[in-house]
Ligand binder design. Structure first.
Ligand code: BV8
Length: 224
């Protein structure tokens, strides 16, 4: 059984990571579309860096929840027949035990140097524009996919969706593309589709089954 699981901010909500929607579309007081764009970064680089510095720092205060742990258990059972792709930029899947995680929107704990195109693990701040440890130039930005930028790993994601027997979406509103279109692609190739979400998402009608509730309750039950 080949399974693709897509997760969104809702899987981290019970860990204390605010979701994009529940805070009325605000993250740390900003509209995500106003700060998660290359244009915003060009216009106000320090403010955008600080927005991510705050979120990177807050990772220290959150822990994986039973939904993350259950997906790690599923990976132990299925191995490479499970493909976990997340829109989240936190590290809670990894800290919950998952070892194969496709971060299609990048990662808070990585920085990307625009001078040498290198990617480095980064836990500190970037708003003081530190030098890149690889090339020494101060061109480090968050290694995060902004609106208008191309998500990571799309070829592999599409390959997995085309061969999936089951597509499961956990904790996502279905508001952001191309992730919001994955269910249709999987279904068009014959996969069963299941939505596990607090409430019906914008794309709930594309799913063959939907269960509504908290991810920390729904995912362990589904996995077991
Ligand atoms: C691209 C990183 C081309 C940054 C993010 C018009 C129409 C269609 C598309 C577009 C359009 N105009 C522009 C576009 C494209 C655009 C887009 O989709 N815009 C939207 C606003 C319409 N997309 C892009 O630009 C993407 N790039 O398209 O490139 C391309 C495409 C393919 C191939 C080649 C080229 C890039 C988008 C990436 C943006 N970066 N994140 C950061 O994090 O700061 S997006 C960011 O917001 C998240 O990563 C996530 O994707 C999104 C938030 O969505 P969710 O994760 O779903 O979170 P949300 O809060 O919305 O929902 C949470 C859900 O959980 C809710 O349903 C809630 O009920 C539920 N929930 C809450 N608590 C719980 C729970 N569920 C269970 N248990 C709980 N306890």
């Amino acid at each position: 059984m080949r399974i693709v699981v897509l997760t969104g901010a809702g899987i981290s909500a019970e860990s204390g990571v605010p979701t994009f929607r529940d805070a009325d579309g605000l993250w740390e007081g900003h509209r995500i579309e106003d700060v998660a764009t290359p244009e915003a970064y060009e216009a106000q680089p320090t403010a955008v860096q600080r927005f991510y510095d705050e979120r990177r720092k807050s990772l220290k205060n959150v822990e994986p929840n039973p939904a993350h742990v259950a997906l790690a258990r599923l990976e132990e059972v299925l191995g490479d027949d499970l493909f976990l792709v997340t829109q989240n930029i936190d590290d809670l899947h990894e800290r919950g035990g998952s070892t194969q995680v496709a971060h299609m929107h990048g990662e808070l704990l990585k920085a990307w140097c625009r001078a040498c195109d290198g990617r480095v693990h980064w836990t500190g701040e970037l708003s003081d524009f530190p030098p890149c440890p690889r090339c020494g130039v101060s061109e480090l930005r968050p290694d995060v996919v902004w609106f208008g930028e191309i998500p990571y790993g799309m070829d592999e994601i599409q390959r997995r969706l085309l061969r999936a027997d089951l597509f499961v979406s956990v904790g996502t509103s279905g508001a952001v593309y191309p992730a919001a279109g994955f269910v249709q692609l999987a279904a068009s190739c014959g996969a069963k589709t299941l939505e596990l979400n607090l409430e019906p998402s914008e794309g709930t009608h594309f799913f063959s089954e939907a269960r509504h509730g908290r991810a920390g309750d729904l995912v362990p039950v589904w996995v077991d």
